[in-house]
Design a protein around this ligand. Structure first.
Ligand code: C2E
Ligand code: MG
Ligand code: MG
Ligand code: MG
Length: 279
């Protein structure tokens, strides 16, 4: 019985593998089409100054408007794009599109905020990231000082020693470097100090903990750490007034989350640029 059970388990496992491999192939093919046929679109979420409610930045968040499945979130297709290597083309598309949008807002008189782009771990590990970014900027003619790249903590802490050089190359381009999802990976404080980074983004899971004794203590600790290292601090996932008030009181520079604004399509941004947010 054990033997036949073993065999049927094996068969089940194998079928499962096949179907996921087929799914992967299918999505790879569809994603290729999506890039060519303009099915991807960017939404933007405001990053807001906690001192005066001014817009500090917009984070570009990609969505896939699939012809049959409707809007697909990046959590579903970014991992596929990483596995297939399509992330390189996807990121190039995101950067060009975001800069195109920024130029439109610039022409309307709004140039006083940063544009934040997510860089996946796989892309960060690519040897030529800095030269990719350089080529891209040569092509689009845009002020690099207005660009913030978001790198996840786990991406930069894996092989940290080698990443000092990598981050320095990016930093030398004049872009701002932010550590995304901070607190969810395993940071070495000694590397954090050596890295030429500018901003920490406290992960949403810690913002959710605000209001409990331990939750508050963790946020306070991250706030102190950012201050001690002279880094800017963004809190992501701010959903309530209570969370916002706590973060403002504890000295967090910048707030981002549904309480201030959900990510919105490019065409709806102008309305958010004309007046400060209420803090
Ligand atoms: P992330 O960079 O940490 O982005 C924040 C995510 O949290 C976004 O989800 C955003 O919509 C969501 N969010 C913001 N405020 C709140 C809030 O108050 N409550 C809740 N529950 N969620 C909030 P989204 O757009 O689904 O993106 C998920 C992840 O996908 C991003 O996490 C990022 O890692 C990745 N991603 C998105 N766009 C891109 C892209 O263009 N390139 C790459 N490489 N990754 C991307
Ligand atoms: Mg991000
Ligand atoms: Mg994040
Ligand atoms: Mg996050």
């Amino acid at each position: 019985a054990a033997k036949s059970m073993g065999r049927s388990c094996y068969r089940f496992y194998k079928d499962d593998m096949n179907s996921s491999a087929v799914e992967l192939l299918k999505m790879e093919e569809e994603l290729r089409e999506a890039l060519v046929e303009n099915q991807l679109e960017l939404h933007y979420q405001p990053l807001v100054n906690s001192s005066d409610g001014a817009l500090a930045g917009l984070e570009a968040l990609v969505r896939w408007n699939h012809p049959e499945r409707g809007m697909i979130s990046p959590g579903e297709f970014i991992p596929v794009a990483e596995q297939t290597g399509q992330i390189i083309d996807l990121t190039a598309w995101v950067m060009k599109e975001a800069i195109k949008d920024c130029k439109i807002w610039e022409q309307a008189g709004f140039a006083d905020f940063k544009i934040s782009i997510n860089i996946s771990a796989l892309e960060f590990n690519h040897d030529d990231l800095a030269s990719h970014v350089t080529d891209l900027f040569d092509e689009v003619d845009f002020n690099k000082h207005r660009v913030q790249l978001e790198l996840t903590e786990s991406a930069i802490m894996t092989d940290a020693q080698a990443n000092i050089k990598k981050l320095s190359e990016l930093c030398d381009l004049g872009v701002t470097l932010a550590v995304d999802d901070f607190g969810t990976g395993y940071s070495s404080l000694s590397y954090l100090r050596q890295f030429p980074i500018n901003v920490l983004k406290i992960d949403r899971s810690f913002v959710m903990g605000i209001g409990t004794e331990n939750g508050n203590a963790i946020v306070d600790a991250i706030t102190s750490l950012a201050k001690a290292l002279h880094l800017g601090l963004v809190a992501e996932g701010v959903e309530t007034k209570e969370q916002m008030d706590y973060l403002v009181a504890s000295g967090c520079d910048t707030l981002q989350g549904f309480y201030l604004s959900r990510p919105v399509p490019a065409k709806s941004i102008i309305g958010l640029l004309t007046k400060p947010f209420e803090i």
